[in-house]
Design a protein around this ligand. Structure first.
Ligand code: CO
Length: 464
């Protein structure tokens, strides 16, 4: 059977290359062509797309989703969901997770890809249950990383548990783009042998190996791969959709996409991309192969964050030292995969360790919480000396963090009832409180202004 393709240009592609700045207007120009191309699904929604809509584009992310749904009646729409963190950075109540899943499905999502940064499956359970309850397809993504504990056997055991929990497909989420081709072959082969769920591969081109990795994964029988149409492929994004189609043409793996529709989409996206290139939002650096990520096992986005943190402190000369500190911090913390929010946390701690001249003298609150168990179970035992130094005798919880979180939806609704017109608005406030409130207040002002203008106009007409 042909390999299935999920196109990521409307989510990860523009998130990776242009800081998630595609507007809904731009997206709708290309959506109908994508809809006709024959994809397994289109990835269109996630934490950064939601946040960027409210924060930078003055757009309602829910409205965007509904418009894409309308423009794409033939293709499944997919989103990325951070388990108990939903689209945010902290743990939310189970009731909020359920409500968000329900509303995402109601507004047009078909497939929810759920992951937890630590692969702590207790943090996935509410999202899985809600997705099944409201009739969505629940895909579980395993955060891929390399460490002494992240062996093939570790991922196979995780996959078996995911299958038991009710996940309907499985994704290898290689957010850093460090999955080597042979490792991919072995991992996919073992997962296929030990688990009956369809397997999808998500990787990034950052290190220059993704096309090779994808091909080896396809040889090993992976069912679905994530690629992006050429204008938003390569660099820190996914491999190119059209190129993969040519590679597989005439084989039994041929995805059989309608390349004429792909070309129409590509033409439109190229114009849009050129605009971002011209105004500097697309930094050519994001398109450059960066094999250093393979050496340091650090996601590309994290490298650029570190660089700007150090530049801000006037400490760029410490860059290499910080890069060498990252694996040591990771080891102390029990080898968390470097994915949001852990990538930011580990990166910041490494910077603080080097700039302070003493390890763990300065510690961000998030690392404190992590060591108290508030993010869930670390993949491997943490360094107890480090824990003691940071949190002293504070209580370390071993139960599921969300067990301690009270329902919060109604409180949010009461707090912002005056600017919220729907449960979706309340959810926006619950997730990105400051930016959502600002957006909704603005929307209210604009609506009032329009209403005033109508009144003035009527008064004027009436006056004559
Ligand atoms: Co990604």
């Amino acid at each position: 059977m042909g390999v299935k393709i999920v196109d990521t240009c409307l989510r990860d592609g523009h998130q990776s290359l242009i800081a998630t700045r595609l507007s809904t207007e731009d997206i709708l120009k290309v959506a109908t062509h994508l809809d006709k191309a024959g994809y397994h699904a289109l990835e269109v929604w996630g934490g950064a797309t939601f946040d960027a809509c409210l924060r930078f584009l003055d757009e309602d992310p829910w409205e965007r989703l509904r418009l894409i749904r309308k423009a794409c009646p033939n293709t499944k729409l997919q989103m990325l969901f951070r388990g108990q963190n939903i689209l945010g950075y902290r743990h939310y109540s189970d009731e909020l997770v359920e409500k968000f899943v329900q509303k995402s499905l109601e507004n047009g999502i078909d497939i929810i890809r759920v992951f937890d940064a630590l692969n702590d499956i207790r943090n996935l359970k509410s999202a899985i249950d809600a997705c099944i309850k409201y009739g969505g397809h629940c895909q579980i993504a395993l955060s891929y990383t390399t460490s002494p504990v992240h062996t093939i056997q570790y991922y196979v055991e995780l996959a078996k548990e995911v299958e038991k929990l009710g996940g309907q497909s499985l994704c290898i989420k290689d957010m850093a783009g460090v999955l080597l081709p042979d490792a991919a072959y072995e991992l996919v082969s073992e997962l296929k042998a030990n688990c009956s769920l369809p397997i999808e591969l998500h990787t990034h081109c950052t290190g220059g190996i993704a096309e090779m990795t994808i091909l080896k994964a396809i040889e090993a029988g992976v069912d679905i791969v994530d690629t992006a149409l050429s204008p938003f492929s390569g660099g820190t994004s996914q491999p190119c959709t059209e190129a993969l189609c040519y590679v597989l043409r005439g084989t039994d793996k041929d995805p059989k996409l309608d390349l004429a529709e792909c070309r129409k989409g590509t033409a439109i996206l190229t114009e849009i991309k050129d605009k971002f290139l011209a105004d500097g939002v697309l930094n050519p650096k994001a398109l450059t192969v960066n094999p250093r990520i393979l050496r340091y096992q650090v996601p590309g986005g994290m490298l650029s964050n570190l660089m700007s943190q150090l530049k801000g402190q006037g400490a760029m000369d410490k860059y290499e030292e910080v890069l060498r500190e990252i694996p040591r911090v990771r080891e102390d913390l029990g080898y968390p995969p470097l994915v949001t929010p852990l990538s930011q946390m580990v990166g910041t701690q490494a910077v603080m360790n080097i700039l302070a001249g003493e390890r763990y003298k300065m510690v961000p609150k998030e690392i404190n919480d992590y060591l108290k168990g508030l993010y869930g179970q670390a993949p491997a035992p943490v360094n107890e000396d480090v824990r003691k130094k940071i949190i002293g005798d504070a209580v370390v919880i071993t139960h599921r963090p969300a067990d301690d979180i009270e329902p919060e939806f109604d409180a949010m609704k009461a707090k912002y009832g005056d600017i919220c017109e729907s449960d979706e608005d309340v959810l926006s406030c619950a997730l990105f409180e400051n930016v959502a409130v600002k957006f909704l207040e603005n929307r209210r002002k604009k609506a009032n202004k329009e209403a005033d203008e109508v009144v003035e106009f009527n008064v004027y007409i009436g006056g004559n």
